[in-house]
Design a protein around this ligand. Structure first.
Ligand SMILES: [Zn+2]
Length: 185
């Protein structure tokens, strides 16, 4: 993962440029109307954009769970199982909070589970606001733990509790990064 392709020197400058474009749209609105209020594109509701900026983009060290990302690159979802007590954690964790030790093994997740519950997300966080409404569900896996993930299905009306779901790995558009989701079997 630390090859030349993944070394970024100019990322902060690039992020600044993107942010400037969005803010210049708001500046235009302020110039024309006198207030930083725009209409929400979906509901038409007036929204105040605070003049104070709070930028939050997480950078998370992933060395301890690098196996998880190697798995995704190979089309497999992997997670950690405590060698002491046998508990399986998802998402993977480097330490067992029950045993308070670092003694985990990596396991491949069995790809089929049962749908426990789901919800349709139509009020989206800003970072997902460019996407259509999507469904997030919780699926019980045969190895005895749950996975929260997006569910890929044309309509939520096709879903029912207890339905068999298959875990899939692939690239998600438009971002193009590799992730996992469920589909009905
Ligand atoms: Zn344990």
């Amino acid at each position: 993962m630390s090859d030349d392709k993944t070394i970024i020197k100019k990322l902060p400058e690039h992020i600044d440029r993107l942010s400037e474009e969005a803010l210049s749209l708001i500046d235009n609105i302020v110039r024309e109307t006198g207030l930083p209020i725009y209409q929400d594109p979906k509901t038409g509701a007036p929204m105040w954009l605070d003049v104070r900026e709070l930028r939050l983009r997480y950078v998370i060290p992933v060395k301890n769970i690098e196996e998880f990302f190697k798995g995704l690159r190979n089309g497999v979802v992997r997670t950690t199982k405590c060698k002491e007590c046998g508990t399986i954690y998802f998402p993977p964790q480097p330490d067992c909070p029950k045993c308070r030790v670092r003694n985990m093994e990596w396991i491949d997740i069995d790809g089929e589970g049962e749908l426990l519950t789901w919800t349709v997300i139509n009020v989206k966080p800003l970072s997902f606001s460019h996407l259509k409404d999507y469904i997030v569900g919780i699926v019980r896996m045969p190895q005895g733990f749950n996975i929260l993930a997006w569910i890929n299905v044309d309509s939520h009306e096709k879903l029912a509790p207890g339905m068999k779901m298959r875990l899939k790995v692939g690239r998600r558009d438009p971002e193009g990064y590799i992730t996992y989701w469920f589909e009905p079997i």
